[in-house]
Write a protein that binds this ligand. Structure first.
Ligand code: NOJ
Ligand code: NOJ
Length: 706
């Protein structure tokens, strides 16, 4: 059968024409033009400029001789194949029409091999950009300056290895097996490295990043970050399950399980402590962290049981029920989204929730909302709220885009890192969540619209009502096609701002899409590949989300806290008051409105005693409020690490240095400083024996100078 297109052209004729065009546009000239040992007259025939060709065919290498050409033929043909696929798919969809976007098919066909190659390039010891990295070490990015990302972050590495393990499960490429085994050994060692967060048994697993020779990074950082251990456990559990299914249980018992167990033990005993979020900025509890902790404990309990580790299995299961209980508390019912952090003083609309949904996707759990499955009403509503937050003109590249079409998205709208830009991995997370949702709707052959997800679905059918739509209904088709197009739109955004050579940095510019921040970010490459796999309908293994039950009463109280007394010496005018705010929950997450008031009973010392999470690093500042006006202390932020137990007192003096220092204010503060020195105490102390005076000196010097 040879269908006709219009009265004259048969499909076969069209195919033939397309084929001819393909052959004509192949870069033959590029191949030949680079061979310098050809007769000169030949070269003049090849009129195309190299740069133009390079931008179209980035993978085609340069040849300086015919022999080099022949040795490079395999990669040339690989490049040609992806070119053919691209053009053929474009032609195919143009002719027959299809639900999914040909532009996206084309992008995926070219980008997939590029992403795979670049991802592996950043893994030691064999990766071409991994120089200095030990075996199994994933470099966040080879960028050495602006920013320096030549470190291994536990989170990034785990997410990359989660992809590698899933990919290995799909097709057993030996090079991936080596990466997985190297990762197992490298992490077994890394867990033993003492670092500023602690040792293997005192919290060191929460350290976020290390040098690529696996020595500790000892500079200041937002630590600990408690998503690393559960994410690493998840990556390793996925590999362990594959190994067990292929009859290699002894390697799992001896090598893989011990690493997983340490991470899960850490998670089981630390999930209720605060820590820094995945963006390394807010110290509080964070949805993504809690969500991945839940998943790891659940699948970890199953693996433990399989390996006969019953005590571990019981422990993980009992903590997991506390964790899922706590997980529900992030949901903001009145506004229909997940508030990403309990601290931080931001809107809470954050890629955090989409990332949690895709990394906790369990196709067997359907659209379960307790575990925030990608197609659950809560996760879809949250996704809409997050995406819409980027429509409001903060990114000029989103201007003019219809209110129900895809846009570039970033971490969260208040972001200022590198000027606050869209990120590839966050834009891709939106697409991936939607592709995951489509997988489930197709499998269950229906779409359920609830009052919670109504606004999300109305983007695709403006008067759809709550209800369940079977795959035989027109509404199902409308919604499914709408979501598919919407999802493809996010990949198109990424495609649009991917340079011709397919390199992906961390961010792209909000004004023009130009790349910025870390080049070749490993996580960006992984994010393309997991989104593409979801679009292809690849169904990951179930991890046991199905049947999750939330206990009526949440157990496992928040972690231990210590009493910290904040004393600050500050002169105020009548009606002016002193407050404190900072990076952690009890300090109201940098919110001047909610800042905690200090008590002037010992004026000019203002004071407050607060319960602060134990063993926690945080930053803070004092502020003044006078007639509604807020004045902050000058930079830098104050920083403190709370002790593991007991109590602590911090004595400080209001910090004005650098703020509006005109002569009068300098003189005033100098005078008031002198006036307020504890003269009486100094004099009193002066009266005793020389030894007693020496003893007393530190206490008041500290009080003045801190
Ligand atoms: C601040 C950024 O927001 C954070 O995500 C990043 O990891 C650190 N700076 C270090 O570059
Ligand atoms: C900054 C990101 O915010 C953080 O999530 C990531 O771990 C590091 N960069 C390294 O890629």
């Amino acid at each position: 059968m040879n269908p006709r297109i219009g009265p004259f052209l048969s499909l076969r004729t069209v195919a033939l024409l397309v084929g001819l065009v393909l052959v004509a546009v192949l870069p033959w000239q590029h191949l030949l033009a680079n061979i310098t040992d050809l007769p000169p007259s030949w070269n003049s025939i090849f009129k195309y400029k190299e740069e133009t060709l390079e931008s179209i065919f980035p993978q085609v290498p340069h040849f300086s001789s015919a022999s080099e050409l022949f040795s490079s033929l395999p990669s040339f043909f690989a490049a040609m194949r992806s070119f053919f696929v691209t053009v053929a798919l474009t032609a195919y969809y143009a002719l027959v029409g299809a639900q999914s976007s040909p532009a996206v098919d084309a992008y995926i066909a070219t980008q997939s091999p590029i992403s795979r190659a670049n991802l592996l390039a950043n893994i030691g010891p064999d990766g071409s950009r991994s120089s200095g990295a030990l075996a199994g070490v994933v470099i966040a990015s080879p960028s050495k300056v602006d920013p320096d990302y030549v470190y291994t972050w536990t989170r990034d590495a785990a997410l990359v290895l989660k992809y590698v393990s899933e990919e290995y499960g799909r097709q057993q490429v030996p090079a991936l097996r080596k990466v997985l085994d190297d990762f197992v050994s490298s992490q077994a060692y890394l867990q033993t490295v003492s670092n500023p967060s602690g040792t293997i048994s005192t919290g060191g697993l929460g350290e976020p990043k290390f040098h690529i020779d696996l020595t500790a990074f000892t500079g200041g950082w937002g630590r600990p970050q408690r998503d690393g251990p559960p994410l690493r456990a998840t990556a390793l559990i996925s590999y362990a399950n594959w190994l067990i299914n292929s009859g290699n249980t002894s390697y799992v018992q001896q090598k893989v399980w011990p690493v997983i167990k340490l991470d899960l033990d850490y998670t089981a005993s630390n999930w209720n402590f605060t820590g820094f979020d995945l963006w390394e900025e807010v110290s509080s509890s964070s949805f993504f962290t809690t969500a991945v902790q839940y998943r790891a404990l659940v699948e970890g309990a199953t693996l433990a049981a399989k390996l006969g580790q019953t005590a571990s299995a019981t422990g993980y299961t009992s903590q997991s029920s506390n964790v899922i209980c706590f997980l529900q508390s992030y949901w903001n019912p009145s506004q229909g989204f997940v508030t990403s952090n309990t601290g931080g003083g931001r809107s809470g609309k954050d890629a955090n929730s989409a990332l949690a949904s895709i990394h906790n996707f369990d196709p067997a759990a359907g659209c379960d909302a307790k575990t925030f499955q990608p197609c659950s009403d809560k996760a879809l509503s949250s996704l809409k709220v997050y995406v819409d937050a980027f429509r409001s003109g903060i990114y000029p590249i989103n201007n003019g885009i219809a209110s129900n079409a895809a846009v570039a998205t970033g971490r969260y709208t208040e972001d200022v890192y590198y000027g606050g830009q869209p990120w590839y991995l966050t834009t891709l997370a939106v697409a991936e969540q939607l592709y995951d949702a489509i997988i489930v709707w197709k499998a269950q052959q229906s779409i359920e619209v609830t009052s919670t997800s109504l606004a999300f679905f109305r983007q695709f059918s403006s008067n759809v009502q709550a209800g369940t739509y079977a795959s035989t209904s027109a509404t199902y088709t409308t919604l499914l096609d709408g979501v598919q197009k919407f999802a493809d739109g996010f990949v198109e955004v990424v495609a649009k701002y991917t340079p011709a050579d397919g390199q992906l940095s961390e961010q792209y510019h909000r004004n023009n899409g130009a790349q910025l921040s870390a080049k070749h970010l490993t996580w960006s490459y992984a994010a393309t590949l997991t989104a593409f796999a979801a679009r292809d309908g690849y169904v990951p293994e179930s991890w046991g989300a199905v049947g999750a039950s939330v206990p009526p009463q949440c157990g496992g109280s928040q972690g231990p806290s210590v009493q910290v007394t904040f004393n600050v010496r500050a002169e105020t005018v009548w009606g002016e008051n002193i407050f404190i705010t900072g990076s952690i929950d009890p300090l109201k997450g940098w919110s001047p409105e909610n800042a905690v008031a200090l008590n002037p009973a010992n004026y000019p010392i203002w004071s407050v005693t607060l319960a602060i999470p134990a063993s926690t690093n945080f930053e803070y500042k004092y502020i003044r409020k006078f007639n509604g006006a807020v004045t902050w202390e000058s930079d830098p932020n104050r920083a403190y690490s709370s002790p593991a137990s007991g109590s602590a007192t911090i004595n400080s003096v209001w910090n004005t240095s650098g703020t509006g220092s005109n002569l009068t204010s300098v003189l005033t503060s100098l005078l008031s400083g002198l006036w307020n020195l504890p003269w009486s105490r100094a004099l009193a102390d002066f009266s005793g024996s020389p030894d007693a005076r020496r003893q007393n000196l530190p206490s008041w010097v500290h009080e003045v100078g801190a």
